[in-house]
Design a protein around this ligand. Structure first.
Ligand code: UTP
Length: 307
């Protein structure tokens, strides 16, 4: 069966990024000049899926506004003959057929996905977390869709992480059988020395619709959250579940440091500003490496480029 639908859970509270996320959804944090969630919607569209369901919650209106038609703004841009900007906005409006559902309480990723049950209506579907970006030649979710269509079984995206990072993620125990791993277990945030692998789950999945039944009987964790990974762990006990080591680089906007790294990585390769930004960073590093760096640290990092 073809994968025709995608779900983006984007109703989380973003507590790791407060206070920025008090009124601004973290999925709307700009990576240079584009909100993170737009990269994700583009990844879905570039993978051949046109039916997208975004799970939103309180304080997430900006997401719907972003993909909506902006009559006022468009007419001002038209009047001022700002054609290229107008084209950019109109492209966003045409991107895809986007549906929205609200998760009234942020009770976990599994709880958010359960909201999609009726919309998915018994089909296999893709899940992309609203705060995970993957830069890849073949869109990450397309890599999973191709494998789903080859094996007719759920596929999870994984990537190698360093030993220090292992305790922050869910990792798989699996057997390598060519282009995929057969998942035997999922272990949430293990100590590095006890971890069954260094293959961490990132927020990309293609799942069989059976996941909804499993979610309905999965207990809530101690923090009162229903976790998608707990349900996938159960699913892997009586269904074949594969993991795929993705080709591409994984970035996240979920916390301060990751957000800064993601922004810099994306800015460095931009055609319009990349070269100037690289040259600025080169100078900045040189300045911070000087023996008298304590003086230069007090200077504005924006230097003469600030207006
Ligand atoms: P995260 O666990 O990274 O997001 O969920 P969070 O809960 O907002 O983050 P912190 O820990 O409080 O900082 C991954 C994705 O799932 C969504 C989030 O919006 C994010 O895109 N999510 C999470 C939901 O839709 N609902 C939830 O109840 C939890």
């Amino acid at each position: 069966m073809r994968v025709r639908k995608a779900v983006i859970p984007a109703a989380g509270l973003g507590t790791r990024f407060l206070p920025a996320t008090k009124a601004l959804p973290k999925e709307m944090m700009p990576i240079v000049d584009k909100p993170a969630i737009q990269y994700i919607v583009e990844e879905i569209v570039n993978s051949g899926i046109e039916d997208i369901l975004i799970i939103t919650g309180r304080g997430k209106r900006a997401i719907e506004d972003h993909f909506d038609k902006s009559f006022e703004l468009n007419s001002v841009l038209r009047e001022k003959e700002r054609h290229s900007l107008l084209e950019t906005l109109e492209k966003i409006e045409r991107l895809a057929d986007i549906h929205y559902l609200r998760q009234k309480e942020a009770l976990g990723t599994g709880h958010a996905i359960l909201k999609a049950k009726n919309h998915i209506a018994g089909e296999p579907f893709a899940i992309l977390f609203g705060d995970d970006l993957v830069r890849a030649k073949t869109p990450c979710i397309k890599q999973l869709i191709d494998l789903y269509e080859k094996y007719s079984a759920s596929v999870l995206a994984v990537t190698e992480v360093s030993e220090e990072e292992i305790p922050s993620y869910g990792v798989i125990k699996g057997k390598n059988i060519g282009d995929v791993y057969l998942v035997e277990d999922l272990v949430e945030k293990p100590e590095a020395r006890k971890a069954p692998s260094n293959l961490a789950l990132l927020g990309r999945y293609v799942l069989e619709p059976e996941i909804f039944d499993v979610l309905e009987r999965t207990p809530y964790a101690e923090d009162n959250e229903l976790r998608l990974t707990d349900a996938i762990k159960t699913l892997s006990k009586d269904h074949v579940v594969y993991a795929h080591k993705i080709e591409g680089e994984w970035f996240t906007v979920g916390d301060r440091l990751s957000y800064l790294i993601t922004t810099i990585e994306y800015a460095l390769i931009r055609e319009d500003i990349g070269q100037k930004f690289r040259s600025y960073l080169g100078k900045l590093i040189e300045r911070w490496n000087r023996p008298d760096a304590s003086n230069s640290k007090q200077r504005s990092p924006g230097g003469s480029t600030r207006r």
